[in-house]
Design a protein around this ligand. Structure first.
Ligand code: SD4
Length: 341
């Protein structure tokens, strides 16, 4: 697996391809064109996730099935402490998961603050397909998942517990009603702010299938050491994920509060509808965050977008946001995204 700490920094001339492989054609604005079908994901662990999605897409399968299968890969990865099983817990030691999924018809489903279920993305899909609702939370989401046959499990691994116990020794957790960067920092302790080293890594996946249909999935254990009950952007349709089959799809990673405040993924897609490239739309959505709250330059938020025609774009506040690309040409590309700082 590729190590995000070894990434080449973002280039002002356009996104740098850091996974080995054939060159990707970048347009003048720095966007990347993929061929249909294709799938893209946030972060380095998006590479194996994309490959699982590709097994479906390459056989003519549906984008929705592809993104669900892909998102389940980091959810079950015991080395991944920010998605699914083995995710770092909240302040009180509970692993609390957020996920959403959206298809080409605008159907969507999500779960928030879900505990004890290893694959929240599949529960989100069940909410979409088997209930009249969009979002189930907390104990109700757990009850629904168990009724659907998902096993109840302990998701806190010994390694995650040890990290949490080490954090508790040092923690001076003082959340304020009016958040400032210092509060995110205190919340996260040694891990740093969400989206920074060691404390980011929502997987957002966007796929375009051979039939020309888009779908997306987003799943995370959220900000490490968060307050119990805290919900990030990932399960909020329009914030952490949005799909519009006429235009494109977008997803986000980083400090969810900043994404929710700006309804980030919906904004990216609407900007694409108005004619912006995925790259420019992501850049503008990041700029909006910084305009409202200039101190947000010290946290990380990244957007990733895919157009209906297979064009890819991304932008983040800080360096270090990588994303994975997969189409018929290659299934293992990793790109260092562009950023303002
Ligand atoms: C959240 N955006 O819960 C998600 C997860 C993440 O840094 O990327 N955290 O805010």
């Amino acid at each position: 697996m590729l190590n995000r700490r070894g990434l080449i920094g973002a280039s002002l001339a356009g996104p740098a391809i850091i996974g080995a492989g054939a060159a990707i054609a970048a347009d003048e604005a720095g966007g990347i064109q993929l061929t249909k079908p294709c799938v893209i994901s946030t972060w380095d662990f998006g590479v194996p996730a994309n490959q699982a999605a590709w097994a479906i897409l390459s056989k003519g399968g549906r984008a929705l099935d592809a993104v669900e299968a892909g998102a389940r890969i980091p959810e079950q990865d015991l080395k991944n402490h920010s998605v699914g099983r083995a995710g770092y817990p909240d302040r009180d030691g509970h692993v609390s998961l957020d996920a959403s999924i959206m298809d080409e018809q605008g159907n969507c489903g999500a779960v928030a603050a879900l505990e004890h279920i290893a694959h929240p993305i599949s529960v989100a899909r069940a909410v979409m397909e088997k209930t009249p609702h969009v979002l189930l939370v907390g104990p109700g989401a757990l009850q629904f998942a168990q009724e659907q046959g998902f096993p109840r499990e302990e998701l806190l691994t010994p390694e995650s517990r040890a990290a949490w116990e080490a954090w508790r020794k040092e923690a001076k957790y003082a959340p304020k009603a009016n958040s400032e960067i210092g509060d995110y920092g205190k919340t996260s302790g040694q891990l740093g702010t969400p989206g920074g080293k060691g404390n980011h890594d929502t997987i957002g996946m966007l796929a375009l299938d051979a039939h020309g249909n888009l779908s997306g999935a987003c799943t995370t254990s959220g900000m490490a050491w968060k307050l119990r009950g805290r919900v990030g952007d990932s399960p909020i349709v329009g914030a952490g994920l949005y799909v519009d089959n006429e235009v494109g799809a977008a997803t986000s990673t980083g400090v969810g509060e900043e994404v929710i405040r700006n309804v980030g993924s919906f904004l990216v897609v609407e900007l694409m509808r108005q004619g912006r490239s995925p790259r420019d739309a992501c850049k503008e959505a990041v700029a909006r965050i910084l305009k409202k709250k200039p101190w947000a330059k010290d946290v990380q938020v990244g957007f990733l977008a895919l157009s209906k025609t297979g064009e890819v774009g991304a932008w983040s506040i800080q360096k270090g946001f990588s994303y994975a690309l997969c189409d018929a040409t290659r299934q293992d590309r990793l790109v260092a995204g562009e950023s303002f700082y």
